[in-house]
Each structure stands twice: as structure tokens, then as C-alpha cells.
Design a protein around this ligand. Structure first.
Ligand code: KIV
Length: 264
């Protein structure tokens, strides 16, 4: 099977075939996610929270993103790998943004990058990166890197003014050349309207069923998810906890290791 590219995403939208993405940050998870049949893996800066335990994504650096992206790229064969551009990697200047995006591709092995925010703020950045031949995924709605400005992880696009702004931002990201757009935490009817108004695919997270595709943070479906949109498919968290405490108890009680676990 040939490697998925951003062109496949556009074809999937045209064929009305749902696009499925998951995040992954390490080798075994990336392999399993690929085997499950996703269309793309996002090495999200959510790793600042779910892997590093931070209260937000702002402490994730370019070195950390490049490191995790290279692990994920090494693990997969056919899946499109998209790397998140972390906080301050694209906000300073278009030149620095291109250098950092290029690093995620050449050192990290990703095939595309994602950055948060509208064309009114980052139009020149998006243009510079795309002109260099690097596909860009947009991200609007709840944009976690703006958490200090937004003031909390809240649904966006509830007021008429905000709805209008988000519709405009989506159109402008398409015009700027983005190959798809993540819509995070916006009302389902707004996500539907935006999706129907665009030629490029929308990828929803907490944005209802009518987006062209869906993405979840991998831990959000394994028992760690707290958000309303997170669905626990298997409670791996509970299973891990049980395995760890059984090990502790067995060692304390002298039940592990048994003879078969040793060497003669
Ligand atoms: O960082 C991330 O994982 C993301 C997804 C939630 C879309 O941006």
C-alpha cells in the first residue's frame, strides 16, 4: 500500500468517505494506531498535557516535538504523519516558522504540519510554509495555545459574532492553501455549516458528527478522557492500574517471580 498523502484527504472529502485521525506520541501506540486503519496520525502538542502532565500545551518545545515526531514516523509505514507546531515556533516570524516546519519534516519525518489560528494573524506564516512545499493543516475554534487569552477550555462559537468570525476564518484558511482544518469544540450546527461551505476537509474534535473527519487524543478513548466528547472504548487506564497493583502485591507476597521466570 502506498503512503497516504494530503491529496487522499481531499479525495476522501469528494467521495464523502470519513477521514479518521488519532494522536500518537510513541512507537508502540503509533504502530497500533496504524494497524487500526487510521488515515493520519497527529503528533499533537497535547503531549504537553497527556504525556508530560502539564496543565496546558505551552511548555512543549521544538526539540520535544521533533523527538516525538521522529519516533512516530519511524513506527509507521503508510500513514500520513502530521506534526503540530508548538507554541512560539511560528508566532515570531514567517522565517522562523518555515525553519521550524522544515525541521519537523526533515528531522521529524512528518509529511505535514498543523498550526493554530486564523489567517488574520498567521497568513504570512502559512503562505511561507506552503510555498516551501510543506502542507499545512489549520486549526480554529478552541485553540489550546491561546488558553491564556481565552481563559479556559470552553466551547467557542456560541455567539452570533463568533459564529460569523469562525466561518470567515475557515474560508480564509482554505484560500490560504491549507489542505484541511481542525474544528475544535464548536457547536455541531456551526461545524456542519463550515464543512458544507468548504472544498477542503474539516476534522472535528468536539464539533459534532457532520465534519468530514474526526480526531481524538489517543488517551481520550482509553480511559483518561474527561471532556464531553471523549468516549472510553476500553478502559486501559483501569487495566494498567490493576496490572501494576497485582505486580506489587505478588512481589510483596513472594508469588512473583516463579521458577519459570528465572534461569538455570
Ligand atoms: O494537540 C492535539 O492533540 C490537537 C488535537 C486535539 C486536534 O491539536
Amino acid at each position: 500500500m502506498n503512503k497516504k498523502t494530503v491529496v487522499h484527504f481531499l479525495e476522501q472529502k469528494q467521495k464523502k468517505e470519513k477521514i479518521v485521525l488519532l494522536t500518537a506520541y510513541d512507537f508502540p501506540t503509533a504502530q497500533l494506531v496504524e494497524e487500526a486503519g487510521v488515515d493520519g496520525i497527529l503528533v499533537g502538542d497535547s503531549l504537553g498535557m497527556v504525556v508530560m502532565g502539564g496543565e496546558n500545551t505551552l511548555k512543549v518545545s521544538m526539540d520535544i516535538m521533533t523527538y516525538h515526531t521522529s519516533i512516530v514516523s519511524h513506527a509507521v509505514k503508510n500513514t500520513l504523519v502530521i506534526a503540530d507546531m508548538p507554541f512560539l515556533s511560528y508566532q515570531i516570524s514567517p522565517e522562523e516558522a518555515l525553519k521550524n516546519a522544515g525541521r519537523l519534516i526533515s528531522e521529524g519525518g512528518a509529511q505535514a504540519v498543523k498550526l493554530e489560528g486564523p489567517v488574520s494573524k498567521y497568513g504570512d506564516v502559512i503562505e511561507k510554509i506552503i510555498k516551501a512545499g510543506i502542507p499545512v493543516m489549520g486549526h480554529i475554534g478552541l485553540t489550546p495555545q491561546s488558553i491564556l487569552e481565552i481563559g479556559g477550555y470552553k466551547v467557542q462559537g456560541r455567539s452570533e459574532a463568533c459564529r460569523k468570525r469562525l466561518k470567515k476564518e475557515a474560508k480564509e484558511l482554505q484560500e490560504a492553501g491549507c489542505f484541511s482544518i481542525v474544528l475544535e469544540c464548536i457547536p455541531s450546527d456551526l461545524a456542519k455549516e463550515i464543512t458544507e461551505s468548504l472544498d477542503i476537509p474539516t476534522i472535528g474534535i468536539g464539533a459534532g458528527p457532520d465534519c468530514d473527519g474526526q480526531i481524538l487524543v489517543c488517551y481520550d478513548l482509553l480511559g483518561w478522557g474527561k471532556a464531553r466528547f471523549a468516549k472510553t472504548y476500553i478502559n486501559v487506564r483501569e487495566n494498567m492500574k490493576e496490572a501494576f497493583s497485582t505486580f506489587v502485591n505478588e512481589v510483596k507476597q513472594g508469588k512473583y517471580p516463579e521458577e519459570k521466570h528465572g534461569y538455570t
